[in-house]
Write a protein of this length. Sequence first.
Length: 264
Amino acid sequence: MPRIPEILAAYDAQLRASIPVEPPSGYDFQLHGPVLRVVGGHRGFIDAPRDLGLEGSAVDRLIAEQRDFFAARGEAVEWKTRSHDLPADLPERLLAAGFVPEEPETVMVGETALMTAEPEVPDGVRLRAVHERTDLERIAAMESAVWADELSWMADDLHSRISADPDNIEVLVAEAGGRVVSAAWLVFRPGKDFAGLWGGSTLSEWRGRGIYRALIARRAQLALARGVRYLQVDASKDSEPVLRRLGFEAITTTTPYVWSPVRG
């Protein structure tokens, strides 16, 4: 695989503040100065190029404009940062504007061709591609159980993305006894060197049995068939060791900074 600086440069050039070819229904992608503002999800989203091209009070004004836009809508908003972003004091300025950091993740990249071993799952488990609304609701229920959070919005999100651009998202479940025990999806980016691996959550009693690795391998097979060079993952601290063993390498870290309106 090329040196990490080369991969990071491609990541920054191809994946930052990028508007989908076929935006999901109900989502609005707005370029506002250097940042991309996304409206219509379960909370607002801000993405940006590696270098905002601004410093000092100009950065503060940009942050305040985005915060105030979503405040007027009564919505929370996530500003996605990376550890190599400029200006270097962006996190401190987000904190000063009332944004709160969530858990950081490691951005990891693997060469697709090296990740395509035949998926191996435990007896009684099968992998299946899904697209029907009922299956997406089962995924959302499983994710809610895994994260002890209300994630029913995930079914709407996946359904909108599949409806808008079915050729560029593959949603997979691992089932046992008719129950969804794990799920993950693969997002293609036409014309880019990268496909994104998302999801990958597994019920606690089914962890450590190779299901996560099998879902990576199956998605790698699908990506290789489409000629995708790299797989990219925003990895949690639990997933990172598994991905490293599979040959993924860390290229940066990402931390979401979230502003939420005060509820009366």
